[in-house]
Design a protein around this ligand. Sequence first.
Ligand code: SF4
Length: 488
Amino acid sequence: MEPTQAKPQTKFNTKSETKPKANLKTKKIIKQQTQTQTHAQLAEGFLSNQLKASWFNKSIWYQRDKRDVATKKLNEWETLRELASDIKAHTLSKLDEYLIEFEEKATANGINIHWASDDKEHNEIATNLLKKHNAKKVVKSKSMLSEECELNHHLENNGIEIIESDLGERILQFSGEKPSHIVMPAIHKTKEEIGELFEEKLNTKKSNDPVYLTQAARLHLREKFINADASMSGVNFAVAETGSFVLCTNEGNADLGLTANSKLHIASMGIEKIIPKQEHLGVFVRMLARNATGQPITTYTSHFTKPNKGSEIHIIIVDNNRTKLLAEEKFNSSLKCIRCAACMNTCPVFKNSGGHSYNFVIPGPIGAILAPAHDIKKYEDMPFASTLCGSCSNVCPVKINIHEQLYDWRQEITQRKSSFTIKSIMMKGGAFVLSHTWMYRLFGKIGGFFVHNFRKISTMATPWGKGRELPDVPKESFKDWWDNNAKK
Ligand code: SF4
């Protein structure tokens, strides 16, 4: 069944009564990425360190290789993909019904449900809940939604200390960076860099031994878990039928947060995380880790249905432009995404330009189709960061036609642009030249002369050319060669 526009009856009943005020000197730990830089400019910066760029490329491809091995072990892999895609399409077509069913079941289980129309409302709800419980220290497991809402920054401005409990995220919190990948957020950092960072932040001895560094991080984080006042997490899957939610991690950090600080847990959930029935979980859980890291299943796949006695669980269900995307018939299947990151790991552009070259919170091919739905003007260059090779669509476990959507977004963006750009002028000029034989030949000769004599300038002239080596042009064109030789 194809998805249609749904209108979840969200209840925005938790607006803050008072505007939160900064009561602590804000410690700026997140460097805001320069929103004015384009993907091409950011990629150029990434490629300036060739050694690191090549190492990053290999690390990402290693994940893709592991994924291929794991998926080939399942004869029914393609059947699972079909099933997963159909379940998600069906869910999106009845999203309002399943969200309400989830709310009813979760509430009956003793979980508190809140609805947030956007990032600001999400942050206010979370802050008010934490303040109400007098929580000053919070541990949080990895959640791309909280990154999307820039929650950490908001909490710090409200005097609440937030500790990322996922190792990769904690490393980035130390270094003041944003994630460069949705599954392995610190994949761009070498063990040497992490060793130096831990020396500075955790007083470790000089070392780049991953075992030593992981042990140091574990000790550091255990202390944070024990002393935290509350915990936060994302949601991987929410089951409408049971009102429960599932968290998948490899470190058990989400579970530790929930159990060590069982007084208050807040989970942030995008409206698209719903699946109808418990039996559907088997499809997605079998696919998620295999497609992400090549594991048969994540080390911890934890189900939460009701709070422990004397404690509270709150789920904030967030829209933040998702219903707007649901109304876009050509693009709404991107809401099927289960954030496995396989499309990134296979993407030649992602591997060669790095995750930070995408200005949106979700990088790679899926980010490039989600970003313009959030703000078409701000992210207008993102759908162009692709070769349209289609590898992303081939690996996607929920069969999103990513490369076709990238192409469609390009058309939307070009059509919605009112002013003439250099690109559109050049395209029109190119069409004129290609439709006149004599002009095509003339420009062929001029272009050949230019490239042969000024090769460096030719590659520096466009963002695409930078970082590439243009081969020299042959001395004669194929037509000249044909005229001179074929008739002999
Ligand atoms: S678009 Fe598909 S491949 Fe990419 S992260 Fe989402 S589910 Fe995974």
